[in-house]
Ligand binder design. Sequence first.
Ligand SMILES: [Fe+2]
Length: 244
Amino acid sequence: MIDLHTHVLPGIDDGPKKAEESIRMLADAYKQGVRLCGATPHVVLHQEDAIAHFIKKRQESYRALSAEMEKASLSFPKLILGAEVFLDHDITRHDALKALCLEETPYILVEFPLSAPYNPYWSEWLHSLIVRGFRPIVAHIDRYLHAEKMLSDFHGLAITYQINAARFRSFSGRRFVGRLLSEAAPCIVGSDMHNMAVRNCDIQIAFTKANKKFPKKAEALFSGTAMQMLKPYFGGEKYDKIAY
Ligand SMILES: [Fe+2]
């Protein structure tokens, strides 16, 4: 499986504080069948130097985690670096946005305020990212108060919807996924894991539930679609980084 939405880097956001917890999260995800993780810490772009500051912090965190992973005699998913970018104003004015994409791809994971009043400019902001060559992945589309309105406003945009694995646990969640699958935009599942306690990786149980409810779509949701998205950007030698 491929999980492109995780908070596994230590000490950078509301994910694990220490690399030891990151290690446990990644080992657990591997046991559940995850072979590739996008590490996507939260970033808010209120200040002009926010991206440079974030990239520096992310690099330090990744370095600390990699050192611990090398020492541990456990199996882990491969990691690619990205961000979960909070869109609460027009971020397209930032020049360095490319640094927030999932490594060398144009895919950028974006989130909106979860319960703020609906903002009719959200679709315009997505559009302005798209015309600049980005391919937004809308994080946890299942979590928004205004999800239905968003689906209708975002219709036709070159975006991907990401659904949280936890949503498959409830009947209403699975019904929402069924609704989402009727949209033309591609959909992928991610864990959005933050820790080993309440927001852990529950992708295996989600896959089992999805396979029962949407047997023809489960493989694409948990692996195939993400692989298709990434593959063109990891050609040649770099392919090893995402092959599993
Ligand atoms: Fe997240």
